[in-house]
Design a protein around this ligand. Structure first.
Ligand code: AMP
Length: 201
């Protein structure tokens, strides 16, 4: 297990042609798999992320956060609890190649569990790819829903709070503040998040 180190350098990599680019990947799991509970599934996914290509290096990983539906019934199987984390990577892959790589890891996870659990055991989203702005049928960058998700912004702010979104000019920290202020104005907030002391940070 190698990738679970915090590095304040992760946000410093710059996007430029031919050079390694830093990218931000969000990980989510809400079902126990043969890899283990959702936390273990995320750990394994990060491990795969670090091993799957020589052109991809994991630079920093957040702690694991758990997200609970407000007022939802406790699930004996734990299926209502989501485990979320964010990983900063450095890569010479292009954005589409990186997306394909993430989808390959998702398929690996699903292959293990599909008979029992269905397709949502592991979700990997590409949140940022350097300062790339893209809107294609298969890839949108920055990820369009990331700034609305505290389970992405919270973990991301642990490792790369000063990363600036090329679309808004705001940092992840600033986006999180906006989101939290926004949530405070709406009683129908669907989720709340909580840091889990998992001893792996
Ligand atoms: P989901 O299963 O909800 O994560 O959606 C996956 C689909 O979203 C795939 O078909 C991707 O091609 C597409 N997609 C578009 N932009 C992104 C992104 N930034 N990260 C991950 N998937 C994306």
């Amino acid at each position: 297990m190698s990738g679970w180190e915090k590095s304040s350098k992760a946000g410093e990599f710059k996007s430029s042609a031919g050079s390694p680019v830093s990218a931000l990947v969000a990980l989510g799991s809400n079902l126990t798999s043969e890899w283990g509970a959702p936390d273990e599934t995320l750990l394994r996914a990060v491990e795969r992320l670090g091993a799957i290509s020589e052109r991809l290096t994991v630079r920093a990983v957040s702690s694991i956060w758990r997200t609970f539906p407000v007022g939802g019934p406790a699930s004996p199987s734990g299926q209502s609890v989501f485990a979320n984390a964010v990983a900063a990577v450095e890569t010479t892959l292009g954005p589409f190649e990186l997306l394909e790589t993430l989808q390959e890891i998702e398929r690996e996870a699903r292959r293990v569990r599909k008979v029992f659990w269905g397709p949502r055991t592991l979700d990997l989203d590409l949140i940022l790819f350097g300062s790339e702005i893209l809107m294609s049928p298969t890839l949108t960058l920055p990820h369009p829903r990331a700034v609305w998700r505290d389970f992405v912004l919270g973990p991301a702010c642990e490792i790369v709070p000063d990363w600036r979104l090329p679309t808004t000019g705001l940092t992840l920290r600033e986006h999180r503040r906006l989101l939290v202020e926004n949530f405070a104005n709406f009683e129908s907030t669907a989720f709340w998040t909580q840091t889990v002391a998992n001893g792996r940070r």
